[in-house]
Design a protein around this ligand. Structure first.
Ligand code: NAI
Ligand SMILES: O=C(O)C1=N[C@H](C(=O)O)C[C@H](O)C1
Length: 233
């Protein structure tokens, strides 16, 4: 496949290595707000910045190029992007996290939330740790985890705060140099704690997942998720 990399930072460069090792060609490397001819590409992979993702993604829809996006922090515009995708009969996959491990973790988190929903005396807490260059907090992955808990319990929202409250899921975001991404969910009671945790050891898992998603998306029309790509039920 001819791939356009929309965003050529830490992730763009990691994706490039994996894409080339799987026989693909990189035809565009976009690292700023510059003009590009996206129609040269069979598929685009957007790992850019929160303020550029919407424009990058919708430019692909308008030009008939399928797009995979992993950029976080732009989701206020997500439903507008889906409308533009539909108008143009585009193809789109967004995931807050493309690694296989985290997508399994998302399902585990939902199952655990369901099990805990009728058990009293446990407080939920969540922590995400990332490198100090990360622009957004909490991470997109932490937000997806919180949404999975909200779907399956009486919790109503999340809060970037250390205090626990009746309806909130408190998320603590820590920034430590070089950490690729660590997410933990706890249920704490007076007598014990239950903890589930995912630790990324590098960016390879995110990058491989994004390339696999792009391979899977080619030739399809519509909006999909990593559950479709990985066939997780
Ligand atoms: N969904 C997932 O699995 C993962 C998502 N991410 C997310 O991906 C995004 C990128 O992460 P990193 O590569 O670590 O960041 P980075 O800061 O290393 O790279 C972002 C790149 O976007 C470029 N850029 C700026 N304006 C642009 C524009 N208008 N069009 C295209 N590129 C532009 C910047 O110059 C930079 O090279 C972040 O939002 C991060 O949270 C990161 C890892 C995994
Ligand atoms: O910015 C990062 O690095 C990461 N961002 C994603 C997120 O916000 O969840 C995914 C991963 O944790 C790395």
């Amino acid at each position: 496949m001819k791939i356009a990399l929309l965003g050529y930072g830490r992730m763009g460069k990691e994706i490039e290595k994996i894409a080339i090792s799987r026989g693909h060609e990189i035809v565009i490397r976009k690292a700023a707000d510059t003009e590009i001819d996206i129609t040269q590409a069979d598929v685009a992979i957007d790992f850019s910045i929160p303020t550029s993702a919407f424009e990058n993604i919708t430019n692909c829809f308008r030009n008939g190029v399928p797009v995979v996006s992993g950029t976080t922090g732009w989701l206020d515009n997500y439903s507008k992007a889906l409308d533009i995708c539909e108008e143009n009969k585009g193809a789109f996959i967004y995931a807050s996290n493309f690694s296989v491990g985290v997508n399994i973790f998302f399902e585990l988190n939902k199952q655990l939330a369901k099990m805990m929903s009728n058990i009293d005396n446990y407080d939920i807490a969540m922590e995400e740790i990332h490198h100090t260059k990360k622009l957004d907090a909490p991470s997109g992955t932490a937000i997806t985890l919180a949404e999975g808990i909200i779907e399956n319990t009486s919790k109503e929202n999340w809060d970037l705060d250390e205090a626990s409250s009746e309806n909130n899921i408190p998320i603590v975001a820590k920034r430590i140099p070089e950490v690729p991404g660590t997410h933990s969910v706890w249920y704490n009671s007076e007598v014990d704690s239950i903890e589930i945790k995912h630790t990324a050891h590098s960016r390879k898992g995110f990058a491989l997942g994004a390339v696999v998603a792009a391979e899977w998306l080619l030739g399809k029309t519509g909006v999909f998720t990593m559950k479709d790509v990985l066939n997780i039920s």
